[in-house]
Design a protein around this ligand. Structure first.
Ligand SMILES: *[C@@H]1O[C@H](CO)[C@@H](O)[C@H](O)[C@H]1NC(C)=O
Ligand SMILES: *[C@@H]1O[C@H](CO)[C@@H](O)[C@H](O)[C@H]1NC(C)=O
Length: 327
């Protein structure tokens, strides 16, 4: 069941690449946006590691609906069970892309979620173009606490939200509020630490070469360029171009160059190809000697497409928002 769901989402994400740009705008006027936004939660399911795979990965999947019940986004994330939604079990909350189903018109450019499995809280963020404010971008954030019912059978376990006393599926809505209207490059360095740091990963690109006959579910990779991408800060609007400098044991490391060149900003990343986990850290050297550090973690579900008549695959992704901990 879990594998079927994940592979459907992977296929859908390929289709979504073509539908980029089919989204409207939202109001970023703090007086009218104060009532916030809402997504309804459809199916939510946590699966413990599949004993047949012995990979120790837990999977969480949730669908987001409009208030009338139209499925709009499918959110999936996967991490070693012991991490409980946190990178390495401790440092950063793992953010993951929610993929547009293509139904109707989305109002958001990116939708991301994270779950703190230690306390069963799901976080949701979305970014959108601000209507009436050309070029500016809004970020809305929210969370919901979920009460799960877990069942273990045949060595595997899964959890779904508890049903109501009448046995019905509970109505679960996630409310979000405008958190920031982003992009102000003039924000003072020392003031940046007071803002919630987040980025958009854009232009994700990675090329993989597999031996003939191997498949994405059992890849025999003979060459991997590792990722390159752009990192756009939602606090300053600055963009850094990220390239890797090679890999060791399936983990690519790299640095990002700010555009225009900015000597006060240092950005580096690592990408774990086994877990599809991207870890980004940015620091600013402010006047005096104080340094501001921000660390973000994303589970990257890029869709890979085979190059015609070749064993090469090109992996790309729509923009993905990642944050720096709970919102
Ligand atoms: C919990 O799950 C079990 C088995 O799937 C089901 O029989 C039971 O009704 C569920 N209880 C609640 C409160 O959801
Ligand atoms: C950007 O930030 C500076 C300093 O915090 C402020 O003076 C200015 O009004 C801001 N500009 C916009 C467009 O919000």
């Amino acid at each position: 069941m879990r594998d079927v769901f994940v592979s459907i989402v992977t296929v859908v994400s390929g289709a979504v690449l073509l539908a980029t740009g089919a989204y409207a705008a939202r109001s970023c006027d703090t007086s009218t946006a104060s009532s916030g936004f809402q997504y309804r939660l459809g199916d939510v399911r946590y699966d413990g590691p599949d004993p047949a795979k012995a990979n120790d990965l837990a999977t969480i999947a949730a669908s987001l609906q409009s208030s009338s019940g139209t499925p709009l986004y499918e959110c999936v994330s996967q991490w070693p069970e012991a991490w409980k939604g946190w990178y390495g079990g401790a440092t950063g909350l793992i953010w993951s892309d929610c993929i547009f189903t293509g139904a109707g018109t989305g109002a958001d450019e990116t939708v991301s979620f994270a779950i703190d499995w230690k306390v069963k809280t799901m976080y949701l963020t979305h970014t959108f173009a601000c209507s009436g404010k050309q070029g500016s971008e809004g970020l809305a954030t929210g969370s919901i606490s979920l009460d799960f019912n877990c069942t273990t059978a045949d060595d595997s376990s899964f959890c779904v939200p508890k049903s109501t006393s009448s046995g019905a599926r509970p109505t679960l809505n996630i409310n979000t509020k405008l958190s920031a209207v982003a992009l102000n490059a003039t924000t003072l360095c020392a003031d940046r630490s007071k803002k919630y740091q987040s980025w958009k990963i854009e232009k994700w690109n990675r090329q993989i070469e597999m031996t003939p006959g191997s498949s994405p579910t059992n890849p025999l990779v003979v060459a991997d360029t590792g990722p390159s991408f752009s990192l756009r800060s939602l606090v300053t609007g600055s963009v850094a171009t990220c390239t890797n400098t090679g890999s060791k044991n399936g983990i690519f490391e790299g640095t990002c160059q700010s555009q225009p060149d900015d000597a006060t900003t240092t950005t580096k990343f690592s990408f774990d190809t086994k877990l599809n986990m991207l870890d980004v850290s940015q620091s600013w050297k402010c006047d005096g000697s104080s340094t501001v550090d921000a660390v973000g973690v994303g589970y990257i579900q890029a869709a890979c497409e085979r190059v015609f008549n070749s064993n090469k695959f090109t992996c790309a992704s729509d923009p993905v928002w990642i944050g720096t901990g709970v919102v």
